[in-house]
Design a protein around this ligand. Structure first.
Ligand code: HMG
Ligand code: MG
Length: 298
């Protein structure tokens, strides 16, 4: 990513769907990802190889991953919590994965039944296998601006966990405001602190819009120098193990803002809007994207 280009990591098919009560059939998920693939997105998180007992919506991960059209030049990372998940992902030919942990101990226990250190222990064999297989690994740090169970999360904890993931070999670390409580000055200070230890071009931001702060937070982080932004088409999403967590910031709204600022994304906004409107219809929901609402209003 250059100064005038932002890479969007589209997480709608994973983060967006994992907390949806309506179970979507695999062919609809495949259609969603195929539509996203034609918008110009470079990175589309496809699914999650976690325990199907923990996230039933994504129990069809293998079928979905096998079924999607793999457009050359587009990467399709999948979430992996442990070695078992890695083997399932490799089995279907995944070439990029994402491991995930949190800056808060309390959240990690609820989300993956492990302490921060235990989660890192689980990643070691995953990182080793990934390296041997030539698989790229992204890393997520959750609860970077607050935790639903422990409240405040010290910035020093975010820095420590992000640095550890980077040292382990994650090429990019996504900093997640899981419950969307952050505000711009805090987001900027957190990013600035992490960037002292991990190069800015290896960092991404991941905002949930629970409190309506996501675009403001993204703008603050862009001003600080970040050039990779996670978002979900139609603003779906949320972690089932984060009490009160709601949707990711809508990709349409992020792209609209970026293009309005003269920043390139390579994404066709009209196609993205059409995809978001289509997904909302599949979920029998009104879209959370303000741009899509404005553009599709009668
Ligand atoms: P556990 O119960 O402690 O694990 O769960 P276990 O090792 O004792 O295994 C229990 C059972 O699960 C066993 O089956 C395993 O085989 C099976 P049983 O013997 O009972 O039949 N199992 C698996 N099956 C399929 N694939 C696997 C797998 N692993 C174990 N990979 C575990 C530990 C980590 C597995 C569980 O807690 C889990 O899957 N958690 C995932 C929770 C999750 O997906 N949360 C949402 C993603 S994180 C997020 O949304 C935040 C993010 O968006 C950033 C942000 O917003 O902050 C990334
Ligand atoms: Mg998330």
């Amino acid at each position: 990513a250059t100064n005038n280009h932002v890479r969007i990591v589209e997480v709608g098919a994973r983060d967006g769907l994992q907390n949806e009560k309506t179970l979507l059939p695999a062919d609809v998920k495949i259609a969603l990802i195929d539509r996203l693939s034609s918008t110009g997105l470079q990175t589309i998180e496809a699914t999650s190889f976690v325990s199907p007992k923990w996230v039933p919506q994504l129990a069809d991960a293998a079928e979905v991953f096998r079924g999607i059209r793999k457009v050359p030049g587009v990467s399709y990372p999948v979430l992996v919590p442990n070695e078992q998940g890695y083997l399932r992902a490799r089995d279907v030919g995944a070439t990029e994965i994402a491991v995930f942990t949190a800056a808060s101990e309390a959240f990690n226990q609820k989300n993956i039944n492990a302490s921060i250190d235990e989660s890192i222990e689980r990643f070691l064999p995953v990182m080793e296998r990934a390296k041997a297989d030539g698989v790229k690994v992204r890393g997520y740090v959750s609860t970077v601006l607050g935790c639903p169970y422990q409240g405040e999360v010290p910035v020093s904890d975010v820095v420590r966990v992000a640095r550890r993931l980077h040292q382990l070999g994650c090429y990019e670390i996504s900093l997640g405001d899981t419950i969307g409580v952050g505000t711009p000055a805090k987001a900027r200070a957190m990013l600035k602190a992490v960037a002292q230890e991990v190069p800015m071009d290896a960092l991404a931001v991941h905002f949930h819009d629970t409190y309506g702060q996501a675009l403001a937070n993204i703008l603050a982080c862009l001003e600080e120098g970040v050039r990779v932004v996670d978002s979900a088409v139609s603003g779906t999403g949320g972690c089932p193990y984060a009490k009160g967590a709601t949707g990711n910031v809508a990709s349409e709204d992020v792209v609209y803002m970026l293009h309005g600022m003269g920043i390139h994304t390579g994404i066709d906004l009209d196609l993205l809007i059409a995809t978001g409107a289509w997904l909302a219809a599949q979920l029998h929901k009104e879209t959370a994207s303000r741009v899509t609402r404005a553009r599709t209003a009668p």
